[in-house]
Design a protein around this ligand. Sequence first.
Ligand code: HBI
Ligand code: FE
Length: 294
Amino acid sequence: MNEPRRVEHQQTDKGYVPVYTTAIVDQPADYPADDHATWGTLYERQRALLVGRACDEFLQAQDAMGMTPDRIPRFDELNEVLRATTGWTLVGVEGLLPELEFFDHLANRRFPVTWWIRRPDQIDYIAEPDLFHDLFGHVPLLMNPVFADYMEAYGKGGVKAHGIGTDALQHLTRLYWYTVEFGLINTKDGLRIYGAGIVSSKGESLYSLESDAPNRIGFDLERIMRTRYRIDTFQKTYFVIDSFEQLMNATAPDFTPIYARLEKQDAIPAGDVREDDKVYTRGTGEGWADGGDV
Ligand code: HBI
Ligand code: FE
């Protein structure tokens, strides 16, 4: 299989990783058997973990798109379902894109999916977003109309933030990190996962709901935009939304005054808990712990 065309390594919000050419690329006509096997192994392992841990919207969407462990899905087949449901399409790319290109895709309801999948020896961890992370982790929720609207609004906000400057961009990237990548959602049955970075990771699918180590804090836009994050470990804090509508509504206002306020405030370390945080106890639905839990 031809290797992806790396452009150059850059320090990004995902660490020092290769940032690729921004060209749209076609999905290869087929993949070596090894790649299909990697997809199948990861798919079956994650689905076994995620029933009862991922939110229903994620699991149902993945089934509705016709994703199976049998083979790497065809982008054009997924696009038929996705386009008809929320107007989103996925486009093949070489890998991580410069931020502006990435935001521009989202602003136009295009989700960039890396066309190659990790090697068998990388099955447990890969620093870059590969096909499994993007297709298994990010694409299903684009079937949810409200989340699909949020992702477009986020992209438009990203294009604007890029024009404002690096501070605005940093604050907005934290919002992506703590929702799209590592978000939890509160349901009548308890906390559930919706973040792509969690659902595509075996260890973090368990840790995010069941470990006593991380904080779980109710969604607060400016609190999130001030909060640093780590890229090389499990998260020290997860933010919990009540609904995708809450997420969508949070991006409705113009962020300019928010950026102005954030300029005057310090960043919050990833592991901090502040006194007006709404703290969740692990894995349950109760919002207000008695405070003794953290
Ligand atoms: N490029 N292909 C791709 N996929 C991403 O998730 C991605 C990206 N470029 C930038 C980026 N994410 C980050 O800036 C986001 O966290 C905002
Ligand atoms: Fe991602």
